[in-house]
Ligand binder design. Sequence first.
Ligand code: TXA
Ligand code: MG
Length: 326
Amino acid sequence: MLAGRLIAEGQLVGFPTETVYGLGGNALDEKAVRGIFAAKGRPADNPLIVHVSAWEETETLCDVNATAKRLMDAFWPGPLTLLLPKKAIVPDVTTAGLPTVAVRCPAHEAARALIRAAKVPIAAPSGNLSGRPSPTAAAHMLEDMDGRIPLILDGGNCSVGVESTVLDVTGAVPVIYRPGGVTREMIAAVAGDCTVADSVMRPLKEGEAAPSPGMRHRHYAPKGQMTIVRGEDEEKVISTLSRLYDESENACILCHADHLDRFGSRRVQNFGGSMEETARVLFAALRDMDEKKITRILCEGWGEKGVGLAVMNRMARAAAFDILEV
Ligand code: TXA
Ligand code: MG
């Protein structure tokens, strides 16, 4: 497999996973890892996730404890990343100097075939340029990486659409640093308990220490001003979105699938009929808003149960936490 050979030779390859596309390189090769940071324009203090094709491959990379093993058995392959104490073989550039390494076994067959062919663990951040939405289709990745890497594997649209859950399993109770497709409820059912870092749904305060470097870094913000409206009463949500819509601007309402005909002549776009569907279309919709030069983005939010927490975490950051509860 050409892609596997490229990775083994120290080059970078774009590849699909069930969450988002990744920008992969040999996790144990410092030079390849530096190349990943350079191609993305990623700050060197933001560590990478190391991808394996089977849980056994993590044994040389980190110390796997009993809770971690139970979670691997339950959710791997799948959208769950575990933070565990790193072993010496993992270069400091990969973990940005941290004592832990993030490990994940993706479910997408192309990703698994690539890791097996390369015969090395693959370090891969999301395949976007730093500060852009994560790519959920090969075309998005090409937009950002054209001319920077030799190859992108096209595996179609990602089935989850938001990045993996990042879970710290080094302490007594697992802590979610980034919510994703494997939810707090699912983790608690296997590990007995699970908490969510409280900075997941609020901005970090000036000078506040971040438990995960990714929380500190600037996230994608669309060019247009974005506001999220949510509440139990959907009539109230719809009327608020309508009221905020300003005819004098190039505005767009991202609404639930069953509300598409509730906004008269106002410009609307389908933002999904379920939380799972919103997760799948979220990043593509944000790219689309910029492409259409939308200056005012009004979107319908979800609650924070289940995968709703992952969806709202990404939406809240894109909207710079401009959330209207009605
Ligand atoms: O779904 C995903 O996780 C995708 C696909 C490609 O696997 N990857 C991904 O990688 O989203 P990236 O680099 O965009 O996000 C990794 C997140 C960052 O927020 C980073 O700060 C955090 O994981 N992270 C990685 N290693 C860490 C560590 N040792 N301690 C704390 N946070 C860590
Ligand atoms: Mg990313």
